[in-house]
Design a protein around this ligand. Structure first.
Ligand SMILES: Cc1cc2nc3c(=O)[nH]c(=O)nc-3n(C[C@H](O)[C@H](O)[C@H](O)COP(=O)(O)OP(=O)(O)OC[C@H]3O[C@@H](n4cnc5c(N)ncnc54)[C@H](O)[C@@H]3O)c2cc1C
Length: 466
């Protein structure tokens, strides 16, 4: 048997892969036991069947696999944490490189830097760094891969105080499309380094990331849950925007899930779940958090005030509610959310019949906005809010039915045409153009032409070579 992504590509054989990679890097094909587990990824409703899943043990294994796939013209997909919301970590007929074996981390505690494997999760990294009172900013969920979140930009609970994940990226070891291992940073191949900071998986397989570590030990964080009203939705966004940069808020406006932490009478009703992190001086936390708590008080009182002093890494624990559900969603940027937009959002969330529906509003600014828009391939530095509207359904067909609702609501909330690549639900040209505006697009295409002229790495929000 040979592996080929479509009739126009040539093929690479499993025997060839096995011979080149050796026993330390297992190759699993549809004929093998363990194929179902090997191809499993996080999002529901995605059922990709790669021709082979390769689990390289090290950088050389990645390089050999890429080399073979490149020479054969086979499609490559890259899987790190497996959380791509539209299932990028696997692709029909592709050679999937599963990087989960590259999960090492080397901390230079005194030098405040870390080398992390391309397949480590944000949670594992943050726990290891947290043991030394250190952190690198990732997102809000520990199971997300450092690989995907970093290459797309990375917005999370430390964004306003320490910037995006890419703002702490110091360098990377990359296997490029021709199977070469390249070290890049601000001085070595600076265009490639620029492109990796937001350009996604377009430019190669990152086998190791070098990050800055910051002193972040105890923070005040957790969930502040309150009834959703037009005033509370707009008020949380405004309070988070006006707060000192030490405060980051990710507001989920959603139908409350039937979780024990939510009072039973609120299950299924629309609430604001403000996932909050104060990483400034602990004795200033109450002052910084007071405006948010005031919003809750004016909305009738907090349904839950879970804001506690805790190690930062514990905020990444826990994940989305499990179970075989499928989401459809749309990302957008906005300058803010005023009361009229908030009233519309509330009315839409209340009237939709999707089993769960939500708008996530992440307030940016702070250190995110301190970086010039052309300094990284993530260019939306001026946006005050990155959002996402989502409807959850039991299966893919039902989820597709909510697409017009999702689009209309995102259109009402958005402030322009931009898209955040990590929240995008498709990898088409329109999405890529929205993610990479103007000069960013042109520069990315030129970098792509240099490093991947044949577009081997196209299982992503794709930037075609210039
Ligand atoms: C529950 C959940 C929570 C999330 N929270 C946040 C958040 O707080 N902030 C945020 O910014 N995003 C968040 N995201 C979005 C997330 O950042 C993206 O989905 C990201 O692509 C996931 O990365 P991954 O490695 O887990 O996924 P994968 O599916 O394994 O990888 C996605 C793609 O990234 C590329 N890639 C990954 N690793 C590498 C590598 N080492 N080298 C080359 N290419 C690579 C490949 O193109 C790959 O197909 C969240 C997603 C989910 C599902």
């Amino acid at each position: 048997m040979s592996l080929s992504s479509n009739p126009h590509t040539s093929s690479v054989s499993p025997a060839g892969l096995r011979a080149a990679l050796g026993e330390s890097s297992p190759v699993v094909t549809p004929q093998d036991e363990g194929y179902a587990a090997a191809r499993a990824i996080e999002p529901g409703g995605v059922d990709h069947r790669p021709a082979a899943v390769v689990r390289p043990a090290d950088t050389q294994g990645v390089a050999r696999a890429v080399h073979l796939a490149h020479d054969a013209g086979a499609e490559v997909s890259v899987r790190a944490g497996g959380h791509s919301v539209f299932g990028l970590g696997a692709a029909d007929g592709a050679v999937t490189l599963d990087l989960r074996g590259l999960d090492g981390i080397e901390l230079d505690v005194d030098g405040r830097t870390a080398w992390a494997g391309g397949g480590i999760t944000a949670g594992a990294y943050s726990r290891a760094a947290g043991e030394h009172g250190l952190a690198t900013p990732f997102g809000d969920t520990g199971t997300v891969g450092v690989g995907g979140i970093t290459l797309g930009g990375g917005v999370g609970l430390l964004s306003r105080s320490l910037g995006m994940t890419i703002d702490s990226l110091l360098g990377a070891e990359v296997v490029t499309a021709d199977g070469q291992v390249v070290l890049t940073d601000a001085d070595r191949e600076p265009d490639l380094f620029w492109a990796l900071r937001g350009g996604g998986g377009n430019f190669g397989v990152v086998t190791r990331f070098r990050f800055a570590l910051h002193e972040v030990s105890q923070v005040v964080g957790g969930v502040l849950l309150m009834p959703a009203t037009a005033a509370s939705i707009a008020g949380v966004v405004a309070a988070a925007d006006a707060a000192p940069a030490g405060l980051t808020v990710i507001a989920m406006v959603m139908t409350a899930p039937p979780m024990p932490m939510v009072p039973a009478e609120w299950h299924g009703r629309v609430v604001v779940m403000a996932n909050t992190c104060w990483s400034g001086p602990l004795d200033e936390a109450d002052t910084a958090l007071a405006p948010l708590r005031d919003v809750a008080a004016r909305a009738g009182g907090a349904l839950l005030d879970g804001l506690r002093t805790a190690p930062y890494s514990t905020l990444l624990e826990g994940g989305p509610p499990g179970g075989p559900v499928v989401a459809t969603g749309r990302t957008f940027f906005a300058d803010g959310v005023d009361e009229a937009a908030a009233a519309h959002l509330l009315e839409q969330l209340q009237s939709s019949d999707a089993m769960m529906r939500a708008a996530q509003l992440r307030v940016l600014g702070g250190a995110v906005a301190d970086v010039p828009s052309d300094a990284t391939a993530y260019a939306h530095r001026a946006a005050r809010v990155v959002g996402n509207v989502a409807a959850v359904a039991p299966d893919a067909a039902t989820a597709r039915g909510y697409r017009p609702w999702v689009d209309a609501l995102a259109d009402r909330l958005r402030g322009g045409d931009g898209a955040y690549v990590n929240f995008s639900l498709d990898g088409g040209l329109d999405t890529a153009r929205a993610a990479y505006p103007g000069a960013t697009w042109d520069r990315l295409r030129a970098v792509k032409r240099r490093w991947d002229p044949q577009n081997l790495f196209r299982g992503n929000v794709n930037v075609p070579p210039a």
